[in-house]
Write a protein that binds this ligand. Structure first.
Ligand SMILES: Cc1cc2nc3c(=O)[nH]c(=O)nc-3n(C[C@H](O)[C@H](O)[C@H](O)COP(=O)(O)O)c2cc1C
Length: 374
């Protein structure tokens, strides 16, 4: 039976997907699977508010609740907190990666029977044969995907989730982790898979979705000649600094683009930053902090995609000037590569202050090329 043949069993909120595979999750919210046979194996749980439906579904299929194994693809509370109740009702062995088991024990704070899903290890359970693959950062470090040989089924966790609206789901869950997703897809390509059973959204025929997903997992391309300048400015003082920086960068052969964070879409600016080889961020100080909009931008940056990127912070200040330092320190903590302490002007940048800024930016250009040639 293919995934297009799936049907709801009469009177049940359960979908039989394949001979042995049932979806015991909650439609429209999340999937969790039961592989039924001489042994009964659960794959993943559901969030707290779906718990009663989940156990009702299981009970209809396995009235005596003889669940032998619970496999956890990644130890998020919405996948494993059902264990509190499952372990009261059954003697199930919990299977997860070593990191996953550690996380589970911190989430449920109780002792449990366990089995480590080592990479490529096999669990034979009542006629079914599960092979585990460690696929770190898809999306959590502890993630495993699970291949069941007899049904040629891949329980893929967050991979292939999102009911084919993969693009949005991918960017929310895997942005910056493209190389890890690619590695997981390589593993999947090497298996004889009919269907994929994701944690969210519809199951799918593997051959129909793999190419689309591989396309999304292409790494972000950084342009070695592009530098993005982004700023906020209430009275035009920080903006004047941004324009001065842009001119220096252009004179040095860089493709420099300037964006006002107050009038441009923050997500669009983030994308510009990801594909730039360096970035300059400008903020005035407002009530002892950076401008709200620059804060928003910094907090939205994907750490994996800006890690190691050269940057500096600039801005106009009035009397205390904390804004630039707060922004600069935060970006450093986000693993970006700081060029130097922020460069500032007091209120309207004077000719001297602009000259200082030009020199500072010229030095930054040398820093960027050193980083690129290192
Ligand atoms: C609401 C408000 C709060 C401010 N708070 C501070 C502050 O806490 N410390 C400071 O040094 N300057 C403060 N300033 C002054 C601005 O940083 C200063 O006017 C700066 O030149 C503005 O640059 P801009 O034109 O790029 O916005 C404040 C300005 C405004 C409007």
């Amino acid at each position: 039976m293919g995934v297009h043949d799936m049907h709801s069993r009469k009177g049940m909120n359960i979908k039989q997907m394949k001979k042995k595979v049932y979806n015991v999750g909650v439609k429209g919210i999340c999937n969790a699977y039961l592989v039924k046979g001489d042994c009964n194996v659960l794959i993943d749980g559901v969030p707290e508010h779906c718990r009663s439906q989940y156990f009702e579904n299981i009970k209809k299929l396995v009235p005596d609740m003889s669940v032998d194994y619970f496999i956890c693809c990644h130890a998020a509370p919405d996948k494993c907190s059902v264990l509190q109740e499952l372990l009261d009702k059954t003697n199930a062995v919990v299977c997860a990666s070593a990191a996953g088991l550690k996380n589970i024990s911190e989430i449920i704070n109780r002792k449990f029977r366990q089995r480590v899903c080592k990479n490529r290890s096999v669990l034979s359970a009542g006629g079914a044969e599960f092979v585990f693959f460690n696929t770190p950062y898809t999306p959590w470090p502890d993630t495993v995907i699970v291949y069941e040989k007899t049904e040629k089924a891949l329980f893929s966790g967050e991979l292939f989730s999102g009911s084919r609206n993969f693009s949005e789901y991918f960017s929310e869950n895997f942005k910056g982790r493209e190389k890890y997703v690619s590695a997981a897809l390589d593993i999947a390509r090497g298996l004889d898979i009919n269907n994929v059973y994701p944690a969210k959204g519809e199951a799918a025929v593997f051959s129909e979705v793999i190419n689309e997903y591989e396309h999304l997992a292409k790494p972000v391309c950084v342009d070695a000649n592009k530098i993005t300048i982004v700023y906020a400015s209430n009275f035009g003082c920080t903006k004047a600094m941004a324009e001065c920086i842009k001119n220096v960068l252009l004179r040095n052969g860089y493709n420099a683009e300037c964006f006002d964070a107050q009038s441009n879409d923050i997500s669009v600016i983030c994308e510009k930053i990801y594909t730039s080889c360096a970035v300059a961020v400008g903020t005035p100080t407002c009530d002892r902090k950076p401008s709200q909009r620059v804060w928003e931008l910094i907090s939205k940056l994907n750490v994996s995609l800006v890690s190691g990127k050269p940057y500096f912070v600039f801005g106009s200040t009035g009397w205390s000037g904390e804004g630039v330092n707060i922004a600069s320190e935060t970006m450093k903590l986000m693993r970006m590569r700081r060029f130097a302490a922020p460069v500032t002007a007091v209120f309207t940048p004077s000719d001297e202050e602009l000259e200082k800024l030009e020199k500072y930016t010229a030095k930054f250009v040398r820093f960027v090329s050193e980083v690129q040639n290192a």
